[in-house]
Design a protein around this ligand. Structure first.
Ligand SMILES: *Cc1c(COP(=O)(O)O)cnc(C)c1O
Length: 357
């Protein structure tokens, strides 16, 4: 199998090797030590700054989104939510479910957020801002510098879902002024799914500490308290946390977030260059390095996904809903090489010959 989806993605050798080991008991000084290192490494990679913290939740990325929404906002807040696809919609649904007053900035699929779209929301009583740095469902990367600047000027608490963009695109919490940044184990960290990560700036920690928990399992305050000694309130996904440990070390040893960023950007650029001449159109102009969304000029996108999977052993990412037949996505995160890109592009050329593309 050659996996070009956007998660779970392919893991490297070190992560795979740890996956084959027995799972140890975790209420030990050894595991606490590993977790404290995990926290330190992720804070460094996120550029979280002095006084920041990070907690590791057992649950997929959505667990981190829900924990952040519940931990940072209440019915007294008023938040702006960027909704440009299914992950933006998830923030909208979370605000509705948890009765947090919100306004959604709904964007057409594939369209970036422009500065002038924010103007009507100045001095309008907002207290928070929720955005997916990369809207993985369409491949759009929002201008986080512009959003960060707006939030600073308006004193909005900024929560950034960087679940797919973290390590793929240049994101730095201090530079953006983000209060909370989220990511997950199965995207650029290239580990199995099951752990999501909430990184909190000093301001983020203070905000969560000042709030009241409204859920036991996803209570960030409790997670922060246990994390002080390198522990979690409940049994975590111990095996995945051990895989995350070797992976974070690997990234830092190879040069850190900037180096990993460049590596993924190189894979993405190579793919985008190699598909020139194929009957495929980029779905958006504002692309994340994590994923390329493509619109085939002929043929069904969903059928292309199926044929690549069943006949070539190559997995791209299908779209759901309205875009299922018109768009498919090619991920660039995980253990992929430029040679892998060539394999995929050759398969796409073959599909073109067969009249499927
Ligand atoms: C993958 C992803 C998530 C998390 O989805 P889960 O299925 O809960 O892991 C959230 N936001 C974005 C932008 C993502 O790419």
């Amino acid at each position: 199998m050659l996996n070009f989806t956007v998660g779970p993605v392919q893991s490297g050798e070190q992560v795979l090797a740890v996956g084959g080991e027995q799972t140890p008991y975790f209420r030990t000084p050894e595991f606490s030590g590993l977790m404290l290192e995990n926290e330190r490494m992720i804070r460094e990679l996120a550029g979280a700054g002095e006084g920041s913290r990070a907690v590791f939740l057992t649950g997929s990325g959505t667990a981190a989104m829900e924990a952040a929404v519940m931990g940072a906002f209440t019915a007294e807040d008023k938040v702006l939510v960027v909704n440009g696809g299914s992950f933006g919609q998830r923030f909208v649904d979370l605000c509705a479910l948890h009765r947090i007053p919100y306004t959604q900035l709904k964007l057409a699929y594939g369209c970036p957020l422009m500065e002038d779209m924010l103007e009507p929301y100045r001095d309008a009583g907002y207290t928070g801002f929720l955005v997916n740095a990369g809207e993985t469902s369409t491949g759009v990367l929002y201008d986080m510098e512009m959003i960060g600047q707006f939030c600073r000027e308006e004193h909005l608490f900024l929560v950034v879902d960087a679940i797919s963009a973290f390590l793929a695109d240049p994101l730095d919490m201090e530079a953006m002024g983000a209060g909370i940044l989220l990511t997950g184990s199965q995207k650029a960290l290239a580990c199995p799914p099951g752990v999501s990560i909430v990184v909190l700036s000093r301001e983020g920690v203070e905000r969560v500490e000042a709030g009241e928990p409204r859920c036991m399992y996803l209570d960030l305050k409790n997670a922060l308290k246990n994390g002080e000694r390198g522990q979690t309130p409940f049994t975590p996904a111990v095996g995945i946390l051990r895989q995350i440990h070797v992976r974070l070390r690997e990234i830092l040893e190879a040069g850190g977030a900037g180096a990993e960023n460049s590596r993924i950007a190189g894979i993405a650029a190579d793919f985008r260059q190699k598909i020139q001449g194929l009957p495929l159109e980029f779905f958006t102009g504002a692309m994340s390095n994590a994923v390329t969304s493509l619109r085939p000029l002929h043929g069904s996108a969903y059928r292309i996904f199926t044929v690549l999977k069943d006949e070539y052993g190559i997995w791209v990412c299908p779209n759901g809903g309205e875009l299922a037949d018109t768009v498919f996505r090619v991920g660039h995160i995980g253990a992929l090489t430029k040679e892998d890109n060539t394999t995929l592009v050759n398969a796409l050329r073959d599909l073109e010959k067969r009249g499927l593309l």
